[in-house]
Each structure stands twice: as C-alpha cells, then as structure tokens.
Design a protein around this ligand. Structure first.
Ligand code: PLP
Length: 390
C-alpha cells in the first residue's frame, strides 16, 4: 500500500535523538542504578487543589462535548491572565484551548505555513520542532546561536537568514534546551525585523513562569505592534507540573483564532470540559507549591554549575530560565553524543546529547533539573570525572 509523504517526512525524525535515554531505560529495567537527567518531566507533585477541582468538575457532569475553541471557563481565565501580563485588554476570542503546547504548535504551524515556506528557528531548538515544521510541509531554517553569548539570538543573524521564502520565526523563551530568556529589548529588535519582512512569530512560552536571577520573562505578544503577527503557544504542563493533563492553548489575534479553529476542530472535535475547568482554576489561583518548585529548579541549577566550577574541561552557565542546563564538553574533544554515550556506559548518568537539539547544540549535554540537589551534584561530579579521564 502507498502511504502519504508526510509519514516518510516524519518517520525519520525522533528515535535517534532519544537513543541514550532509551539505552538508560533499558539498563535501569535490568536493575542498574542510573541517574536520569534526560527528560523534562517535573518531579514534584502538582498542586492537589487542581486535581480536586478536576475530580469535582468530572463528578458534576462536565463530561459532554466541549466547545471547539475551548470552554468559556478556561478562555475567560486565559483572558484574565494575558490582560494582566500585557497590560492591555485581551479578549476571550483570542484563545484556543488545546491539549498541550505540542498540539498548539502543530495547529499554529498548519495555519501559517504552506509547502516550501521557511521557518526560522534558533539552533539549538526543542526536539519536536523539526517534526512540526516538516508536518506542515515547511523547511527548517536554523540560525546558529553562540554558546559563548548565552545562546541568545542576534537580530543581525536573523536578518541575514531571511529569504523571500521565510514565513515564520519560531521562538522559544525561556528556551529548551539552552535556558536563554529573550530580553524585552531583544524582542523589540527582532520584532521590527519580523514586521519589515512580514513574518509570523510563533512563540513557545511553556517555561514562561520559570526565570531565575535577574531574568524577566517577556513575550512578543506583550508588544502592541506585534500582537497581530504573534501566536503564543503554552500550557500548564511545566508551570503546574501537570504534563499528563494535556492542558494548553494558543493566544493570538481573534482573526488568527477564527482561521485556526477549523484546523484544530478537524482533528480534535473539542477537549475534556472537566480538565478545561481545572486548567481555568490553575490559571486563576496562586499555589505555594509552584513557588517551591521554581526555587528547587533554581537551586539545582546553581548546585550543578557550582560543582562544575572546579573542572578545567567541562563547564556550565547558570540558565536564565526553564528546566535545563547546557554542559559544555567541547574541551574534551568529544561530541556531545559521544560524551553522553560514555557518561551512560561508564558513570551511569543519562543525559541528552546537545546534538539532539540541532547542530548548534554540538559539544554540549543537556541536563534536566529533575532530581534533587544531592543527586544532581553527584551527577556533575561524575561528569567532571569522565571529562578528566578523557
Ligand atoms: C519547548 C517545549 N515546547 C513544548 C513542549 C511540550 O509541552 P506540552 O506538554 O505542553 O505539550 C515541551 C515539553 O518538553 C517543551 O520543552
């Protein structure tokens, strides 16, 4: 039987990137003690009150078909959230509720990219971006960002990468894997270029609540002149430690939402009303557990960076946000891939090779901040030990 080309375009993506993680899982299943720093899955439990709300709404009968653009409960909560964030009145017609950032990314890309259109993206980039771009028939146009400048995208490099086929800038702040957080002034400069070349900005803000030190989150959606060309995608997967709830959204212009809804409805025919209510509750309330979680990620990052300070061969910078640290192993002469494989084989520590996130991640490991300070310090000791041996 003949399959559609999209299956081939997407078929080759994926499994190689996760090879070290998969091997780590295999060895763990055999009973070997491994330290897993490979996946961005929050380790803290979510606020119990959100689960109670989901249960309450389920028992209250919120189990029918939902509105295609999302139930009023969650769209109103989103309107309140983004009105607070932007300081402008943001209307509930400017949202589509979707099961997670991933599906929001997919829908957004389908709504703006035609076959052969180029999607500009800072390299290294989140592992599923390649697939999302390819699914829509787009062409990935990676822009290398410099590790020695904190992996920040320079406006001049963006400008140089633009061609007549460029259609979208796909940005991610705070970034997975790099931990870079765009400043307001960087977004203004980048935004001017996008205006000049009439580019869409898809802004993945799934780590928006997680910034450290003096870093402050800002979004192109906050800038009034950029609102109509910006499509924000986000969720409560990371902010509230609830990836399994699959509660995410698009925030954009009402016109974008109206054009995109048929794309999402074709696939989903709505989501689960009781989960949408729980997401609304999560967005409307403050939870001390979330502050504690953010503090824990920051402490772990500081512990990792400090523990590597004594090493002459490996180093790490404090991330500005997100849940990952990039460890620079370039001085060992090994690729991130080879280092990650040896780290797994010789030190029982499972990380992601930087190359899994594009050529811009080469010579690095991505370390997830999902274990406690003691364990992460032990892992960094082993990373340094392997580096000295090499
Ligand atoms: C940058 C980025 N975007 C999107 C996602 C997917 O998030 P969600 O669980 O909301 O689909 C992740 C998950 O790791 C991520 O790191």
């Amino acid at each position: 039987m003949k399959f559609a080309k999209v299956t081939a375009r997407l078929g080759g993506l994926g499994s190689d990137k996760w090879a070290v993680h998969i091997e780590g899982r295999r060895r763990a299943a055999l009973g070997e003690p491994m330290i897993f720093l490979s996946i961005g899955e929050p380790d803290a439990p979510p606020p119990a009150a959100i689960l109670d709300e989901a249960t309450r709404q389920m028992h209250a009968g919120r189990l029918g078909y939902a509105e295609g653009r999302g139930e009023a409960s969650v769209r109103h909560a989103l309107a309140r959230l983004y009105t607070r964030q932007t300081g402008r009145a943001i209307d509930e017609s400017q949202f589509i509720y979707l099961p997670g950032t991933q599906s929001a990314l997919y829908a957004a890309m389908m709504a703006v990219v035609d076959e052969g259109d180029e999607v500009l993206v800072a390299d290294p980039y989140y592992a599923t971006y390649e697939g999302i771009i390819a699914a829509a028939g787009g062409i990935k146009a990676p822009i290398r960002v410099d590790p020695d400048h904190g992996f920040h995208l320079k406006a001049a490099d963006l400008e140089k990468a633009i061609t007549p086929k460029s259609r979208v800038l796909l940005m991610n702040t705070p970034s997975n894997p790099t931990g870079a957080v765009f400043t307001r002034s960087e977004i203004e400069k980048i935004g001017k270029i996008c205006e000049r070349h009439d580019l869409w900005i898809i802004s993945d803000e799934v780590y928006a609540t997680m910034t450290y030190g003096n870093s402050v989150f800002s979004s192109p959606f906050d800038i009034p002149e950029l609102e109509k060309r910006t499509v924000v995608v986000s969720s409560i997967s990371k902010s509230h430690a609830l990836p399994g709830l699959r509660a995410g959204w698009i925030a954009a212009s009402a016109e974008f939402c109206n054009r995109c809804i048929p794309v999402t409805e074709t696939m989903l025919f709505g989501s689960q009303p009781f989960i949408e209510d729980a997401a609304a509750f999560a967005l409307d309330n403050h939870f001390p557990e979330i502050d504690a979680m953010k503090r824990a990620y920051e402490q772990r990052a500081r512990a990792l960076v400090k523990s590597l300070e004594g090493s002459k061969t490996v180093s790490a910078r404090m991330p500005e946000g997100g849940m990952f640290v990039m460890v620079d192993v370039r001085k060992t002469g090994l690729s991130g891939e080879d280092f990650a494989r040896r780290l797994l084989a010789e030190e029982n520590v499972v990380t992601m090779p930087g190359e899994s996130f594009g050529a811009g991640g080469s010579g690095h490991l991505r370390v997830a901040l999902t274990v406690g300070v003691e364990e992460i310090t032990e892992a960094s000791r082993r990373i340094a030990r392997l580096a000295e041996r090499i």
